[in-house]
Design a protein around this ligand. Structure first.
Ligand code: A3P
Length: 346
């Protein structure tokens, strides 16, 4: 009897002890690292040069970002925001497109970097007349809280194909960095179609077959009136952007490589943004169930992209695919020539 009571007490102490130790460990990880925080990259008017000194645990700033978000969500006082040195900043870099290129994956993966803070939603400031009329203060308000040394990045893929956007961005910041993520044009066109098809299906609406949309039935030529085709003519849109920004302000991301092997692409982006290299293989792991790379923030937090990213594409008639590939070929050559980046597109 006495023995079983002692055993019961021992078990109780063990459970309580584990709870206390667990909580302490959590607090040390959460608060302790916050206190040790120091600037990794004191950016003033420009992005800091690549620098590998002053290493900071990746999760530290992510917790800081989370803290900023919490303060924002709970609508804390200005005083509290000031205490934490949190401010809102206009983007120093924008992912301008291209739709279905992997813009969400790029933004999420980039925000693994401790010096990058992302605007979670697509803001659609420069391409939407109503939003643009609200002015830059409205745009700023849409940005997340960040520390002065961090950079804010937003993505709105419609920017790439909307005529008014380059001039508007130029007027806001002529030295902004522009990220453009592209995929093999025919695959991108199918991806674009798949997204619209899914939307129709959700509304119990019927939709044309891909083959019917991409080929003009009168001429039997590729139908350039179909938006999904037009969007994949990257050189055409880029040429318009180049009327406002020099090519050096663009960085082209290979969206197909970002799917299969994201780290090298992210390293190139870090370098383009003059950020110290912080995103590592640890932060990216392949999830066999999803069939895609997912994000690991620290030993506790990881996430995959939503199911709407990585849809199964419908089967497309191979001869139509071939027709599209032949159509895009000269535009692709032009794109390689302009950007200085060549892809293995057919
Ligand atoms: P699919 O749905 O055609 O596969 P966007 O974010 O610009 O809409 O791009 C969506 C595409 O991102 C997806 O197209 C998917 O292939 C690609 N992608 C790249 N990396 C991904 C990742 N880690 N998880 C899910 N999708 C990813």
């Amino acid at each position: 009897m006495l023995f079983s009571q002692q055993q019961w007490l021992r078990q109780k102490f063990f459970v309580l002890g584990s709870l206390v130790l667990g909580s302490l460990f959590f607090l040390v990880v959460r608060e302790g690292t916050l206190d040790r925080l120091h600037l990794i990259c004191p950016i003033k008017d420009r992005l800091c040069p690549a620098d590998t000194s002053g290493q900071m645990p990746l999760h530290t700033l992510q917790l800081k970002q989370a803290l900023g978000l919490k303060l924002h969500r709970r609508n804390r006082t200005r005083e509290q925001l000031r205490t934490h040195h949190l401010i809102k900043q206009l983007p120093r870099a924008i992912i301008i497109g291209v739709r279905k290129g992997g813009t969400r994956a790029l933004l999420e993966m980039l925000s693994l970097h401790p010096a990058v803070v992302k605007a979670s939603q697509e803001v659609h400031f420069f391409d939407n007349e109503k939003n643009y009329a609200r002015g830059v203060d409205w745009y700023l308000k849409k940005m997340p809280f960040s520390f002065p040394h961090q950079i804010t990045v937003e993505k709105s893929p419609a920017y790439f194909i909307t005529e008014e956007v380059p001039e508007r961005i130029f007027k806001m910041n002529s030295s902004i960095k522009l990220l453009l993520i592209v995929r093999e044009p025919t695959t991108r066109t199918v991806s674009d179609y798949t997204q619209v098809l899914e939307g129709k299906e959700h509304k119990n609406k019927t939709y044309n077959k891909f083959e019917e949309l991409v080929v003009d039935t009168n001429t039997c030529e590729v139908n350039t009136k179909y938006k999904a085709v037009r969007t994949s003519i990257y050189s055409k849109y880029l040429e318009h952007w180049l009327k406002f920004f020099p090519i050096e302000q663009f960085h082209i991301v290979d969206g197909d490589s970002l799917i299969t092997d994201p780290l090298p692409e992210l390293k190139l982006v870090e370098r383009f943004l003059n950020l110290p290299s912080r995103i590592s293989q640890y932060n990216l792991y392949f999830n066999a169930t999803r069939g895609f790379f997912c994000l690991r923030f620290n030993f506790m937090f990881s996430k995959c992209l939503a199911d709407s990213k990585g849809r199964i594409h419908p089967d497309v008639n191979p001869s139509i695919k071939e027709k599209l590939r032949r159509f895009f070929h000269p535009f692709n050559q032009k794109f390689y020539q302009i950007t200085g980046r060549t892809f293995n597109w057919p």
